[in-house]
Design a protein around this ligand. Structure first.
Ligand code: CAA
Length: 292
């Protein structure tokens, strides 16, 4: 079984930086990679801000933060992945992009290194088949915001070996998270249940059953959800929500998963939620304002 001491993370976005954050706090060496210096700088700023938040709330000490940040290296390209025991891919939710990354990663990996994908919906078996080590490949799906959310879904592909499962389960526990096993079917467990609810909330808006505010208030106060479904969609990213619905729709060939046309329209407009400053809410002012 692999002893994981150094982790490479491909993608310094919301998820990649969150994964780097929890790995570094757990004492692992982290190598974060992205395609631009800007993306790396943004990722490092997210980590710094979120660790500051934990320091202010007394969850970690200032020393823990300084030491964890010192454990995070960052670079363009994938050469830095050569010393890693595990590489976690957390790039965009686009199968072609992920395939290309796994192809480019191949010459840089140690023979015994494991690969995990943080995909939120794409087939692990199919992604594994694009690598030279399907038995050492598996899905490791973190939830957003990673430093706060307890769950990691572990998804084994058809060829994933027992040692790989055991190593990633142990790592999840070492990160202070709770692992749950999911079979390799479209969108696994969390997104199979959560995203149709989000998509249905967009239909509810599209059909005029409620406004953005009434739908979110209804689900926050009527179902005790910490965020309303439209607020959550903006938080996840409407492009990611749409990509997951498309995987469900095509992968399960069932019309009940058809993405709401209004969700498609928002994505076409580039109004993809918080990261774009606009989605079902406008984030340009002091407080989010509904856009419908
Ligand atoms: N990093 C570190 N800490 C953070 C954080 C971050 N990014 N975001 C929030 N926190 C901490 C806060 O410091 C605070 O800590 P304390 O409890 O110690 O005080 C705590 O989390 C609560 O934060 P806030 O008081 O600022 O705000 P809140 O009470 O509104 O909670 C939230 C924010 C945790 C995000 C909450 O709204 C929530 O749980 N929302 C739902 C999140 C969710 O459903 N995530 C799953 C999305 S689906 C997914 O990720 C899968 C996928 O593939 C799409």
């Amino acid at each position: 079984m692999a002893d994981i001491r150094s982790v490479g993370i491909i993608g310094a976005g919301q998820m990649g930086s969150g994964i780097a954050h929890v790995c570094a706090l757990a004492g692992l060496d982290v190598r974060m990679s992205d395609i631009s210096e800007d993306a790396l700088a943004r990722g490092k700023a997210i980590i710094e801000r979120n660790m500051d938040r934990q320091v202010h709330r007394g969850k970690i000490g200032e020393d823990d933060k300084v030491e964890a940040i010192a454990r995070i290296g960052s670079s363009l390209g994938l050469e830095a992945m050569s010393g890693c025991d595990l590489v976690i891919e957390a790039a965009s939710e686009d199968e072609q992009i992920k395939r290309e990354i796994f192809k480019q990663l191949r010459p840089h990996l140690k023979t015994e290194a494991l690969i995990a994908s943080n995909t939120s919906s794409i087939s692990i078996t199919r992604l594994a088949s694009t690598t030279d080590r399907p038995e050492r490949f598996m899905g490791m799906h973190f939830m957003n915001p990673v430093p706060v959310m307890q769950l990691v879904e572990l998804i084994r592909g058809i060829a994933t070996g027992e040692d790989t499962v055991k190593s990633l389960r142990d790592l999840t526990l070492a990160l202070g998270k709770t692992p749950v096993s999911a079979e390799d079917f479209p969108a696994f467990i969390v997104n199979r249940v959560l995203l149709p609810m989000v998509n249905e909330a967009v239909y509810t808006l599209y059909e005029g059953v409620g406004s953005v505010d009434s739908i979110d208030t209804a689900m926050r106060l009527g179902a005790n959800h910490p965020m309303g479904p439209l607020e959550l969609a903006d938080f996840i990213g409407l492009d990611v929500c749409l990509a997951i619905m498309q995987v469900l729709y095509e992968g399960l060939a069932d019309s009940k998963y058809r993405p709401c046309p209004l969700l498609v329209k928002y994505v076409e407009a580039g109004w993809v939620g918080r990261k774009a400053g606009r989605g079902f809410y406008d984030y340009s002012g002091d407080r989010p304002v509904p856009t419908r």
